[in-house]
Design a protein. Structure first.
Ligand SMILES: [Zn+2]
Length: 740
């Protein structure tokens, strides 16, 4: 956006229009604001940023991390009341606690005993640390995985590495079947959602799955362990749910509609997201006796882990008795909603959210985000009390049951889907606000430029701007991943958005643009009892400076969207990203798929004899959308530079721009997963990002009729949005501004 703005200024200079004032204010122009409103916005943001304090962040963080507060627990419900009460005091309005009666999950008991070749009784608990009195809290749960089924089995154990489908292929090659057996797998790096491991084991016919934390992934092989360092100690247990929410998130009994009183519910047997396998997590302390007694072939080199033993595939000698009793039943979850009503456009909404429920104390996940949210809302409330209300309405939500199946946000999003599709500008999610100093910013491609611009106006604790710190962190990350990519403004924000947090319903079901914010660092205690206040104060963010920065960043990003004259969407950036998605799909799926990669389009078409899928029309549609987006950005910049904008015109433009994201929805959803309606963004079963999900999955399956259909759907959506953006552009063509 910056270059086009400079061009505009030059043009205006030649026309001798407003240019001296513009030149003066140009450095402080904010994307989407007129010069006057830019200056006003910067002043407002300065005031906003001065409010959050590290002491308050720490105080709030202590409140949320003082007791375990898993979804559905008394403590988590008390915290819902606490948030509602605080928001009232802070000056938020229309505070509602929504109740959803959802299929919940709670542990009753679990035991694991090795009965051969030697006896071993698994501890299934985390040992307290002297340095950290919270770890002595008797309310800390033992080992359990949400949505495991109850059962009892005695069977041999097989080591199945990460528990991905290819791991079972290797076992088969070694003559090892897992049918009726118990598979022992590890949490993997890169992250693969444990629910996918459970589904894979279920499909393979295993009787149960044990998932353990290997020290190679998050323990002593990485560095010092808690209480001396950030990595996971011997007894840490990664809890979590195994819900198949990659099929459909939210309450498994109400797929696609809200679990409000009286809602229709399907029987649990018909719920596609409800697992049908027993599952238990283990610390490496409990996994080691099993692993060191395994027989069978030596596991391959990349299956060896961090323990000082040789890992074998097993399958015979090691036999265990596993018993799990769960209390899975319908129970209430609570979503707290509050808002700052917009002064001018109350029916245009910016939605912000963080989940409240934690596996134990939730030091990082999610209470760092919750503390940042509370300081952000205090700052919003302060401004509103001083008469500085946003133009649009800001809605803030504290979700429940995110950890179980993205449940609270999904139910809320399903309940208000129609209203959100009419009113919502964007959703900004903060889950884990802070586990270290490295900023990671995610945004749908149309909002990536505004997020990058916003980061320039914030101060990182390192002394750099957040923008500079972000660039440095991104460069380090690329280097570590051995990807020699240059970091530019165009690729700084992560525009590949998978699932695994509360943005999912808004992006994939409602069709809202989403942003996700987080600071990351070395973090080996995820979902364990050691993820707590002590950990945060010693390793994650001892000075609560990143918590404070998160409150500022989250709030300023929201304020820019809430106050913009013309919403800061960049559709040329969107088109450019979609082109990258298509080109990647083509290059990863050679030779069966024909790519019309820019520059060699016609060549490729004529050369190919066995054309399976021709994406050239899609690429042409992307070009047209990009051209329309570019023209619109230029016209919007010109319009903004010329001063106050007619409210009627602004309404037309803004509502039109809001519609673009909705137009990426296919009401039928992606093949096999009708709940997921976005055709550009989706997630794999591992939660990993999956661009062009319907098309990509069809291509990967070599299902060419479906791939062709999906390509046509994409092409139509691109054409629709091109038409829409062109219409908006036409509405900007006033006679007076036509220059010859
Ligand atoms: Zn979380």
């Amino acid at each position: 956006m910056k270059p086009s703005r400079r061009v505009v200024c030059a043009t205006l200079w030649l026309l001798s229009l407003f240019c001296s004032t513009l030149a003066q204010s140009q450095t402080s122009l904010v994307l989407g604001f007129t010069p006057d409103h830019s200056a006003h916005e910067i002043a407002l943001e300065t005031k906003f940023k001065s409010i959050p304090s590290a002491d308050e962040e720490r105080r709030q963080h202590r409140i949320f991390t003082s007791e375990p507060h898993v979804a559905g627990s008394k403590r988590n419900n008390e915290l819902a009341d606490y948030i509602a009460e605080e928001w009232r005091k802070q000056g938020l309005e229309d505070i509602v606690i929504h109740r959803y009666d959802v299929y919940g999950t709670n542990p009753k008991s679990a035991s694991l005993e090795m009965i051969a070749p030697v006896h071993y009784q698994a501890v299934l608990r985390e040992s307290p640390l002297d340095a950290d009195s919270d770890t002595k809290n008797p309310a800390i749960s033992g080992a359990w995985l949400g949505m495991s089924i109850s059962g009892e089995v005695t069977a041999p154990v097989v080591y199945a590495h990460s528990g991905n489908p290819e791991d079972y292929d290797l076992l088969r090659k070694n003559g090892i079947s897992v049918t009726g057996k118990i598979v022992l797998v590890r949490y993997s790096n890169p992250y693969s959602y444990r629910g996918f491991k459970a589904l894979t084991a279920q499909r393979e016919g295993a009787a149960a799955i044990l998932i353990y934390s290997d020290p190679a992934e998050d323990g002593y092989k990485k560095g010092k362990v808690d209480p001396d360092g950030p990595w996971g100690p011997e007894y840490h247990i990664q809890r979590g749910a195994i819900t198949y929410d990659f099929m459909v998130p939210g309450d498994p009994l109400t797929p696609g509609w809200a679990s409000v009183p009286g809602a229709k519910r399907i029987p649990i047997e018909q719920a596609t997201s409800a697992p049908k396998i027993m599952a238990l997590p283990l610390s490496w302390h409990d996994a080691k006796p099993l692993l060191e007694n395994m027989d069978g072939p030596l596991a391959p080199a990349d299956w060896q882990g961090g323990l000082p033993i040789q890992y074998h595939l097993g399958g015979k000698h090691v036999k265990v008795h596993l018993k799990i009793e769960m209390d899975n039943a319908t129970q209430p979850y609570y979503v707290v909603e509050g808002r700052i009503r917009g002064a001018e456009l109350p029916d245009e909404w910016i939605v912000l959210g963080n989940h409240r429920d934690a596996w134990v104390f939730g030091g990082v996940d999610p209470s760092s985000g919750t503390a940042s949210m509370m300081e952000m809302t205090r700052a919003f409330g302060n401004l509103a009390k001083d008469g500085m209300r946003p133009r649009r309405t800001i809605i803030v939500c504290s979700w429940d049951g995110e950890e179980v199946g993205l449940t609270g946000s999904t139910e809320w999003g399903e309940q208000f889907a129609n209203e959100l599709r009419a009113k919502a500008v964007a959703y900004i999610n903060v889950d884990e606000a802070t586990s270290g100093p490295n900023f990671h910013g995610q945004a749908v491609a149309s909002l990536a430029p505004m997020l990058v611009e916003t980061s320039r106006s914030l101060q990182d604790p390192s002394g750099k701007t957040l923008y500079e710190a972000w660039k440095a962190a991104a460069a380090r990350e690329k280097q570590e991943a051995k990807q020699p990519a240059e970091i530019t403004d165009a690729n700084l924000a992560d525009t590949r958005i998978g699932s695994g947090s509360d943005h999912t319903v808004f992006l994939n079901f409602v069709g809202m643009p989403v942003i996700g914010l987080g600071f990351e660092g070395d973090y080996g205690v995820y979902h364990s009892a050691y993820d707590d206040f002590y950990w945060m104060n010693h390793f994650g963010d001892p000075g609560y400076r990143y918590h404070t920065l998160m409150s500022q960043l989250w709030g300023v990003t929201a304020l820019r969207l809430a106050n913009a004259d013309l919403l800061p969407f960049d559709f040329a950036s969107y088109a450019n990203n979609v082109r990258q998605f298509v080109n990647e799909l083509a290059s990863k799926n050679k030779p069966v798929i024909l790519s019309g990669v820019a520059g060699s389009r016609s060549e490729a078409v004529t050369e190919s004899k066995d054309l399976v899928l021709n994406l050239t029309p899609v690429l042409s549609a992307i070009d047209a959308f990009e051209a329309a987006g570019k023209r619109l950005s230029e016209s919007l910049s010109r319009k903004l530079a010329s001063g106050p904008i007619d409210p009627k015109l602004a309404l037309t433009l803004n509502h039109g721009m809001m519609q673009v994201e909705r137009n990426w929805l296919n009401p039928d959803g992606i093949p096999g997963r009708p709940w997921f309606k976005h055709i550009l963004y989706g997630a794999r079963f591992t939660y990993a990002h999956l661009e062009l999900p319907g098309l990509t999955e069809a291509v990967e399956k070599q299902d060419w009729p479906t791939a062709k259909q999906q390509a046509e759907i994409l092409q139509r959506a691109l054409a629709n949005n091109t038409r829409l953006v062109n219409e908006l552009n036409n509405s900007l063509k006033e006679p007076a501004s036509v220059s010859k």
